[in-house]
Design a protein around this ligand. Structure first.
Ligand SMILES: Nc1ncnc2c1ncn2[C@@H]1O[C@H](COP(=O)(O)OP(=O)(O)O)[C@@H](O)[C@H]1O
Ligand SMILES: [Mg+2]
Length: 223
């Protein structure tokens, strides 16, 4: 029994190391994407639509770079202990990215002002992106998804509703996404709930502790 758990831990450490090595080696091609996009953006007489696509490529590469960085052990003095991330901003970015590959009707409703929560921006975006990708997959290319960002006294809330067949009634994928969301939520004293919306599609809700004030200027965009 003890031997088995030592084996499991050794396997897990090897997997973690493999993942970190892969993330480490992915930084170079991602840097190449930035360099190539920058070179293309500096071309004279670049047509406006091509410029807009290139800027979107840069945004997606930035997100990939953030994901990679987050998966690597912190070097040097490390990241600041507490962070404050604007849920609304993260939702808008994740929705914009989802719209690049999903043709359906995707709307953001609810709060119009920032809603801050003490979750790292990369983790929060991974949570939101996972919920969005399930909802759009369930709704299908001609369906609709509504994302509502809300605020209670102590919590920041996110509700994702879709016009799909209802929770658990879609073809199963790898089955990793909701586990990730649930694990991150629990680790931050938050909660994930799922069920059906009044229209019969799925309704998935996330609640995370809310923080009152934004810290300015720690990192680009979200803080
Ligand atoms: N919006 C949704 N509509 C219907 N079922 C869903 C939805 N989101 C999640 N589910 C159910 O939860 C399961 C697990 O989701 P997830 O962990 O993201 O794995 P995967 O997306 O790989 O199937 C899905 O296979 C599906 O049965
Ligand atoms: Mg999924």
């Amino acid at each position: 029994m003890v031997m088995q758990s030592i084996d499991a831990r050794t396997t897990m450490s090897a997997l973690m190391l493999g993942l970190q090595e892969t993330c480490h080696d992915m930084r170079q091609p991602v840097a190449s994407v930035f360099a190539l996009a920058a070179a293309a953006l500096s071309q004279p007489d670049l047509p406006q639509p091509a410029r807009a696509y290139l800027e979107q490529i840069v945004e997606q590469a930035e997100w990939l770079a953030d994901l990679i960085q987050q998966s690597l052990p912190a070097a040097g003095p490390g990241a600041p202990a507490g962070c404050q991330t604007d849920l609304l901003r993260v939702v808008r970015d994740a929705v914009a990215a989802e719209c690049l590959t999903w043709p359906g009707d995707l709307r953001v409703a609810g709060e119009a002002e920032p809603v801050f929560t003490a979750v790292h921006a990369v983790l929060l975006r991974r949570m939101v992106a996972n919920l969005l990708s399930n909802a759009t997959r369930a709704a299908g290319p001609s369906g609709a998804v509504t994302v509502v960002v809300g605020k209670r006294r102590r919590s920041a809330t996110l509700t994702v509703e879709d016009t799909g067949p209802g929770f658990g009634k879609i073809e199963r994928g790898l089955g990793l996404g909701l586990n990730v969301v649930s694990r991150f939520a629990t680790a931050h004293d938050g909660m994930l709930d799922y069920g059906c919306s009044p229209t019969g599609g799925a309704r998935v809700s996330l609640s995370l502790p809310r923080t009152a004030d934004a810290r300015i200027g720690l990192r680009r965009r979200y803080f």
